[in-house]
Design a protein around this ligand. Sequence first.
Ligand code: CO8
Length: 259
Amino acid sequence: MNYQDILVSNEEGIVTLTLNRPDQLNAVNSSIMHSLYSFFTEDYKSIEGFKGVIITGSGEKAFAAGADIKEFLAVADDSIPFVKKGHNTYFAIENFHKPVIAVIKGYALGGGLELALACHMRLVNPKTKISFPEVNLGLIPGYGGTQRMSQLIGKARAMELMMTTDMIDANQAVQYGVCNRVVEDDEIMPTAKKMIAKIASKGPVAVKHIIKTINAAFDESKNGFDIELQAFADLMQTKDFEEGVKAFMEKRKAHFIGE
Ligand code: CO8
């Protein structure tokens, strides 16, 4: 994995992807998008003992201050494939079979906020500020933000945020339900790692189905109840289910093998 503008580290199967353009406030450019796409669709497969992913930004000022505005003019006449790549990348994150947590320090704006919204959970530091500034550029959030933010916080608040471009702070982001919790700077990465390690101790096939069934609740083309029913039936045929019940009976910790 040799990426441009993204740093990759692996600590006991917990992979941290750090957007690494601090002088440009980690604005999401084509090479970041391409690296994320490669990681979430293919490259993760080579990681041994893989538990989950943290996405964060380099430096103290920003998670990501948007998509890279400096690339916009060049794609204006053929924007659909460009934006579609962003959609496909963020879908790959949203539907990823292991937990993906965004660790946000500072600004998460526009396409950067949309990246965080595609993650399964979001931790923010006290300095976090989020907003959708796109209408200032005569645009709209184009990487799924109109949809995911409305699902998270409801129509009225999403309309207000996107039309006014008002910034909200960390506490308000949690109160609105955009983010899971506010964590102090020195605790935020350890907290994300602890969350992933905890999830990794549970049944991996069950965790995969949790992601799939919860996502189905936000997909109008799917019947989430049917998907839940089938997932439940499939899980009852797994070795992990057998082991989980056996471990309960024997009053010991379960050892799941992910089958
Ligand atoms: N794109 C490119 N460069 C950026 C971006 C960005 N989104 N944000 C900041 N930068 C750059 C600045 O240009 C500056 O670079 P340089 O030193 O080379 O001039 C550097 O980062 C530092 O920024 P500032 O000097 O502006 O830092 P300040 O602390 O003064 O201000 C702000 C911080 C308020 C965050 C300010 O940088 C800002 O307003 N940034 C733009 C925020 C924004 O509008 N984001 C939304 C972009 S649109 C979007 O994300 C659409 C998503 C859908 C994509 C569809 C694809 C076609």
